[in-house]
Design a protein around this ligand. Structure first.
Ligand code: NAP
Length: 315
């Protein structure tokens, strides 16, 4: 039986790495398990201009490399690996990866959320080069340009309206002729003269991977099958997010969309288990808010460890 760790962190985006920095500086000797997509969603971004402290911006992967190095500098042990199961209600908690089983007195879940994608080959190739899943992050790069938003939910409406602050025209593409978004959000978007509507259409292709930038998209009418090539410089995919919580289902309280429910900071429904970042936040979804909640999770874990029963306490 391995000696229990004080704290294990699952996930290596801004939330997990910030939790690691704080836990390491509190001398908890954290173990961070990186997961398959090390660095999280910022690894799919190019310029990050809204992370405080980087007034000239920083590339997403570079920001994550800096955070990782900072976490290691204070003694975080980082392992590559994929967690295959957890037993959150055991005491100590058990965490199993493809390579080993670990025991821990506290656990910080920072597994993030994954933006849903359309599944087009060009989408990943042009991600961060005209294709984006975050209007707040990338809208500013499209000043005076024509762009598109894909989706028919509240996120798509919100992003389309927000993007009209920068873009000269926003074409909203939705696969059905009725929107899923709430009436108030629909009304706001419909009242905006900069938004053009392509309902009952699906994006079939995004060009131009050869140039490494978006130059147009091909949309197909679901009614007539007619294809239209629309010149755009950006495509914002806003078709929802999936929180990465499949591992924990049935072991911890999730909301109706599968996000971990937190209360009083980063506490979850299970004692000693904390959650931070996009796995528990479907509203803000920013690197800085994820980092802030990572800090909260580490401080909550530290307080928890100070008060756990003696037989579980650190030796
Ligand atoms: P959502 O409500 O699940 O909507 C996703 C949209 O994307 C739907 O219109 C869906 O089309 C479309 N879609 C899904 N897969 C697609 C595909 N493969 N190809 C083309 N279109 C696809 O997601 P969301 O808009 O991100 O909202 C998530 C939750 O957050 C909701 O509860 C929402 O109310 C909430 N939210 C609230 C606010 C706010 O109140 N300010 C803002 C943002 C989000 P169909 O309609 O045809 O299924």
């Amino acid at each position: 039986m391995p000696e229990p760790r004080n704290v294990i962190i699952i996930g290596s985006g801004p939330a997990g790495l910030t939790a690691a920095i704080y836990a390491a500086r509190a001398n908890l000797k954290p173990l961070l398990i990186e997961g398959l997509e090390a660095g999280g969603q910022l690894m799919l971004t190019t310029d990050v201009e809204n992370f405080p402290g980087h007034r000239n911006g920083i590339m997403g992967p570079e920001l994550m490399a800096e955070m990782r190095a900072q976490a290691e500098r204070f003694g975080t042990e980082i392992i590559q690996g994929n967690v295959t199961s957890t037993e959150l209600c055991e005491s100590p908690i058990s965490v199993t990866t493809t390579a080993a089983e670990y025991k821990t007195r506290s656990l910080i879940i920072a597994t993030g959320a994954t933006a849903r994608l359309l599944g087009l080959p060009a989408e990943r190739a042009l991600m961060g080069h005209g294709v984006s899943t975050c209007a707040t992050c990338d809208g500013y790069f499209f000043r005076g340009q024509e762009i598109a938003v894909v989706g028919g939910g509240d996120s798509a409406m919100e992003e389309a309206v927000f993007l009209t602050r920068f873009a000269s025209k926003v074409t909203l593409v939705h696969r059905r002729d009725t929107l899923r978004a709430s009436k108030i959000m629909q009304d706001k978007a419909r009242a905006n003269p900069k938004i053009a509507w392509m309902l009952d259409h699906e994006v079939e292709a995004i060009h131009d991977t050869g140039k490494g930038a978006v130059s147009s998209m091909v949309v197909r009418s679901n009614k007539t099958g007619v294809k239209t090539d629309i010149p755009v410089h950006g495509v914002f995919v806003a078709i929802g997010h999936t929180p990465n919580t499949a591992l924990f289902r049935g072991q911890i309280e999730l909301d109706q969309n599968g996000y971990i429910v937190t209360h009083d900071g980063a506490k979850t429904s299970v004692d000693g288990v904390f959650a931070c970042g996009d796995v528990q936040d479907h509203i803000y979804r920013q690197a800085i808010t994820a980092a802030g909640s990572g800090c909260m999770a580490a401080i909550d874990a530290e307080h928890y460890l100070e008060h756990i029963p003696e037989h579980l306490a650190s030796v």
